[in-house]
Design a protein. Sequence first.
Length: 422
Amino acid sequence: MRRLRVLISAYACEPGQGSEPGVGWNVAREMARYHDIWVVTRVNNRSAIEAALEIDPVPGLHFVYYDLPPWARWWKRGQRGVHLYYYLWQCGAYFVARALHTEVGFDLAHHATFVTYWRPSFLALLPVPFVWGPVGGGESAPRALWPTCGPRGAAYEMFREAFRWLGEHDPLVRLAARRCALALATTRESAERIERLGARNVMVLQQVALPSEELGILDRRPEPTGPFTLMSIGNLLHLKGFHLALRAFAAAGLGESRYLIVGDGPDRGRLEKLARDLGIMTRVRFAGRLSRHEVLRMLGDAHVLVHPSLHDSGGWVCVEAMAARKPVICLDLGGPAVQVTEETGIKVAARTPEQVIADLGAAMKRFADDPGLRTSMGLAARKRVEEHFSWHRRTGQIEELYRQAIEASQSAAKQSPRLVRG
């Protein structure tokens, strides 16, 4: 099969990172094994990308850097204004992509990041088959759990519902859904919403995967010593559900066990106060924000990962922990529910706050009392990551999906001669 000329939109794209920047970088780097790849990304990713390519060049991989002019960027600081900025960036990136298509003649366009279904991708306007995703964001926090999130968290969930509704009614979002030859969704919940937008060919595929070098590092994590230790990793936000995990830890009666929380964010003060009020502050350590390298290293200090996220399309930390042979306790929601099986961890239903706290505590106690269960589930977790969540295997899947998208587009064009491909 000939090498295709593929254009990838990756607003977030950075080597050595997890989450969305890792998706953008790894999709581009790994797909260059099969095809000639052009990537449109932000200018602020340039130094990290060029440094990585200088150390490890990738034949067939080309980057085009684009940003809005300075006068249009002044209001964006961190996450403030990111939604509007991203929307406008997509508009400008389309004209860059159109000019590139005139020069290169792409066979296919692929939107890789951001991975949110209710934001448009203007690559759909190019006259080539279009692959959208994997995209997520269709997952919702159970409303019964909203009161546990505090006033700010509950307000966030209400506004999120409203913004998602507005996005679903954006004509450009619906246009992207209708024009895509193939839409990839991170979870079944997101797939159902994408189908309602008008996408005709939708598949569930997680965006989470690990490169071979990280799989090797995580496989060499030493066995933890000392007391039984639980670990949670993530931004300290209400939606991560750490407030539920702290209550479960306090109620479980785990003796001299420890709970390590890695990350920072606006909910840190609230969580620290909760730990003090529960009388467990001497057994809980808030480690703060650490580099990705330090986080992967610290996974060796824990016996079990606790990730009670209320809505999470991905859940990178679950896969990272599983690669380090750690069983996972999570809620039976979103991405983690796809990643974790009965053989690799314990998934807790999310019906009421009292039930969630009781079941999380029971799972913690079960692992604390049964070292053999931790070992067997850890081994199964590592095997599952190697079989389903490595970038080496994932890119083989995406390669096949590229071919399917082109065939689907060609078939649609034959059935409707006036239809523009893609």
